[in-house]
Every structure is written in structure tokens, then in C-alpha cells.
Ligand binder design. Structure first.
Ligand code: SAM
Length: 343
């Protein structure tokens, strides 16, 4: 299908100048002005024609224009910085005149309800993906936070994922993008790789050199797409899976048994960590980066079993137990304990 021709508009570069919009460093604003690049990102997002697209952080709207050219039924943009409202309104008018529909939400993506798509678009989880896409070139800290939140929603099949396996296309700092897709045995395998791959198929599509952005960030950028898996690699609850994965990667270079010990109070840690690795059929001398998602899933099952047998271990928090109190508080506690024992 031929790309949609938007009515003549000033270029994004001209709009930024016209409205005197200076990129705000504290919002990590780096804009893409090159139409070939924004078109390339959108091409990787898949078929957008007739679909509903949520774009997060549209800024001056370079990527938004590339989305619109694909003739989606509706574009919803969520932008935190109100200064972009006039440029987004201009785009909205142009798109509406060309037969499209656009909603502008000025808000923080991490704070809004994402039930923004019509129920009629619902597909069964096992069916083809629904005509719903989530796209964003966001500040890196926001996109990492967001993908974790969205993985949780995917695991619960809530928000956009109540309507099926909606695809996502997000940008990350190159190193983070590479970690997201790192397979077991890759040296950069980490918690994020496992979390992303437990519920989705992440694909690193291409790298954008930092110099393509205005102003130029210090790093290169990776474009990653995520397609939710029909059969997730775990059936465990998100929080449990995240807790175990976090602890497994707590000491990246050590044997897995040292990491499992952090799940249990001091007095039980030796016995229960060995038991956990046995139940999961994992060699205790495996290193965290060597584990597959299925193996981590088995460790979760083993941990859950041990928690059922010993309910008191579930609330154990390694980090809290290791928190070192400043000397004054240690002294206060000793004094309190002393006075309690005297009474
Ligand atoms: N998409 C535009 C582009 O590619 O040129 C802008 C990219 S800029 C890296 C990130 C944009 O996300 C900025 O416009 C910024 O104001 C916006 N943003 C940052 N945090 C946000 C949040 N929590 N919710 C919504 N928008 C956010």
C-alpha cells in the first residue's frame, strides 16, 4: 500500500526552531530529525496499516510522522513535556485532514492507565498479534523502567495485553539493547535478558549511531522489538520470577550456589540452597550467565516448593539483612535490647 502523504508541513527541525524548543538535559531529550532513520525504525515495527499505535515520548514528532505515513487507524501520543503540544497539535490536524485520528495525552507514561484501545481489537493470546503497537524513542532510564513494567503487564495479560500479544518497539542505549537479547553463555547475559526472554521474543533490529540525534548523546542506540510469546517460558508469577532472577545475578562471576544462598536466612542457607539446586537439577557450580530461562524457571519452582515447606523463609530479604547501620543506630539498638532485657 502506498504511504500516506501528509499535507505540507514545516520540517521537524524548523518546528523546533520556530517554537524555540531547546532540548532539556534533565529529560534526556535527544531528537531524531532524519526522516530516513525514523522511517527505518517504523519499518521494523511491523505492519501498522489500520492499526492502533501508542507512541510514547513523541517530542517534536519526527517518529510520529513516520508512523502516520503507514496509515494507522489511530495514533495516541503520550508526551510529558507540555512544550511539544503546539507541534503535536499541528501534526494531529494534518493527520485528521488526511483521514486519520490522533489523541494527544500530556502526561507521564509511567503514571497513566494503558487501557486505551478498543475492545473490538481483542485477539485470543494464541492467535495472530492484534492491531495494537507500542512504540517509543524514550530516555534510556525510562525505556528500561517501562519494559520491566510492560513485561509484568504481559505476564498478567493486563492493559494492552488484555487484548492479545501487542508488539512493542523501543530504543535503548546500545549496551542495554545487546543485553536484552543476550542468550545463555553470552558474557553480557543479565537479569534483563532473562526477564525479557521469559515472556517475549526480543530482537535487536539495528544500531543508530549517537551522532544521528540532536543534541548528540554520548552513546549509540539500539532499536529493539518485543513480541509476547504464545507460550511464556515461565508460568510463575512475575514477582517470584523477578526475585529469583535478581538473586541469581547478584554475584555474576560466582557459582550459582553462592547466589542461591542469598535467598535464605544464615542458619538455613547451606542446606536449603543445595536442596534448591538438587530439586531444580542444576549443577551448583554453574555460573549465572550460563543458565537458560527454563533452568531459572526450574529454580523458581524449587524455591516455591521450599517456601511451601518452610513458610518463614519467604519473607527473608538478603539486602535488608546485610544493611549496615551507622554506629549510632547500632548503639541505640544495643541499648534498647539491653533495656528490654533488664525490664
Ligand atoms: N520521539 C522523539 C524523537 O525521536 O525525536 C523524541 C525523543 S526524546 C529521546 C524522548 C522524549 O520522551 C522527549 O520528548 C521527552 O520529553 C519524552 N519523555 C521523557 N520521559 C517521559 C515520560 N515519562 N512520559 C512521556 N514522555 C516522556
Amino acid at each position: 500500500m502506498a504511504a500516506l502523504r501528509l499535507p505540507p508541513l514545516p520540517t521537524v527541525r524548523d518546528l523546533v526552531k520556530l517554537y524555540r524548543i531547546q532540548a532539556q538535559k534533565h529529560l534526556a531529550q535527544n531528537f531524531l530529525m532524519d526522516e530516513n532513520l525514523t522511517n527505518k525504525i517504523i519499518k521494523k515495527a511491523g505492519k501498522l496499516t489500520d492499526s492502533y499505535v501508542l507512541e510514547v515520548g513523541p517530542g517534536p514528532g519526527g517518529l510520529t510522522r513516520s508512523i502516520m505515513r503507514k496509515q494507522p487507524r489511530k495514533v495516541i501520543v503520550v508526551e510529558k513535556d507540555r512544550r511539544f503540544l503546539p507541534t503535536l497539535q499541528l501534526l494531529s490536524e494534518a493527520f485528521t485532514n488526511a483521514g486519520g485520528e490522533m489523541d494527544i495525552i500530556i502526561d507521564d507514561i509511567t503514571k497513566i492507565n494503558l487501557d486505551l484501545f478498543p475492545e473490538e481489537e481483542k485477539k485470543e493470546w494464541e492467535d495472530e498479534v492484534p492491531r495494537i503497537h507500542l512504540i517509543g524513542n524514550l530516555p534510556f532510564n525510562v525505556s528500561t523502567h517501562l519494559i520491566i513494567e510492560w513485561l509484568k503487564a504481559i505476564s498478567e495479560r493486563s492493559g494492552p495485553w488484555a487484548l492479545g500479544r501487542a508488539k512493542m518497539t523501543l530504543t535503548f542505549q546500545k549496551e542495554v539493547a545487546e543485553r536484552l537479547v543476550a542468550s545463555s553463555f553470552a558474557p553480557n547475559r543479565c537479569r534483563l535478558s532473562v526477564m525479557a526472554q521469559a515472556w517475549t521474543k526480543p530482537q535487536l533490529k539495528f544500531i543508530i549511531p549517537g551522532k544521528a540525534f540532536v543534541p548528540k548523546p554520548d552513546v549509540d542506540v539500539g532499536v529493539v522489538t518485543f513480541t509476547p510469546l504464545i507460550h511464556p517460558q515461565t508460568r510463575h508469577e512475575f514477582h517470584l520470577f523477578e526475585k529469583i532472577t535478581r538473586q541469581i545475578f547478584s554475584f555474576r562471576q560466582k557459582y550459582i550456589i553462592r547466589c542461591l544462598e542469598t535467598l535464605f536466612p544464615e542458619e538455613y542457607k547451606d542446606k536449603l540452597s543445595i536442596m534448591m539446586s538438587k530439586l531444580a537439577d542444576i549443577d551448583p557450580t554453574t555460573r549465572p550467565f550460563q543458565l537458560t530461562v527454563q533452568e531459572i524457571n526450574r529454580l523458581c519452582t524449587a524455591y516455591k516448593y521450599l517456601c511451601e515447606k518452610h513458610p518463614n523463609i519467604e519473607d527473608y530479604n538478603y539486602r535488608a539483612s546485610k544493611r549496615v547501620l551507622p554506629p549510632r543506630y547500632t548503639h541505640d539498638i544495643q541499648v534498647q535490647e539491653l533495656s528490654a532485657s533488664v525490664q
